[in-house]
Design a protein around this ligand. Structure first.
Ligand code: PRP
Ligand code: URA
Length: 209
């Protein structure tokens, strides 16, 4: 069974509080989403394996530890996941980036797929799917199914705010995937928006409403 890690770091809590405020404007919202993504990435990569490597400092030979094994890829779910990519790349500059395009149909709330472009060797990579919001879980679950259909195996999911319904859906559909969650909220409202949440993440990052 994959892990579900709910963050308790004070910096993450403080920054999530800031982006929940309705009067936080696009520029600050976007910047803070990037900062939170960087901190989530730090926590989500805690268990990556290391290996000993012999090197020479200007003073002497020594053994250091470097990341071992699989290379990483970040896969944002468009649109809002894009807001998390730069923060993660600041931590892992060599990661490749794939894109999955999905939007929630406003009437059925079902995810509609419109784009998928992944690194050629994505099957060999450790994959971090990112989306700020895990509401019903429909979009994230569909994105992970798309990755699995293309042969990806080592998949992790990072979000900033989750509803309990989304976590349950992910645990049921993808029990092998670790979930890293910035904050766990109370519930979904009648439009399947997260309560208290932060509104529509894509609109707030890109200033479209
Ligand atoms: C939002 C959000 C997630 C999805 C979450 O995207 O970024 O992808 O909704 O909801 P779910 O868990 O119920 O599927 P949206 O569909 O609004 O698309 P957008 O990013 O293009 O605005
Ligand atoms: N998508 C969002 O952007 N916000 C929500 O609260 C739910 C889905």
């Amino acid at each position: 069974m994959g892990k579900v890690v709910i963050m308790d770091h004070p910096l993450i809590r403080h920054k999530i509080g800031y982006i929940r405020r309705k009067d936080t404007g696009t520029k600050d919202f976007r910047q803070t989403i990037g900062e939170i993504a960087m901190l989530l990435c730090y926590e989500a990569t805690r268990d990556l394996p290391l290996e000993d490597v012999e090197i020479e400092t200007p003073i002497c030979k020594t053994t250091v530890q470097e990341l071992k094994g699989k290379k990483l890829a970040v896969v944002p779910i468009l649109r809002a996941g894009l807001g998390m990519v730069d923060g993660i790349l600041q931590m892992i500059p060599a990661a490749k980036v794939g894109h999955i395009g999905l939007y929630r149909d406003p009437v059925t709330i079902e995810p509609v797929e419109y784009y998928c472009k992944l690194p050629e060797d994505c099957q060999e990579r450790e994959i971090f799917v990112v989306d700020p919001m895990l509401a019903t879980g429909g979009s994230s679950s569909a994105a992970i199914t798309m990755l699995k259909e293309r042969g990806c195996k080592n998949i992790h999911f990072m979000c900033i705010i989750a509803a309990p319904e989304g976590i349950e859906r992910m645990k049921k559909d993808h029990p092998d995937v670790d979930l890293y969650v910035g904050a766990l909220d109370e519930k979904l409202n009648e439009h399947c928006y997260i309560v208290p949440g932060l509104g529509d993440a894509g609109d707030r990052i890109f200033g479209t409403k």
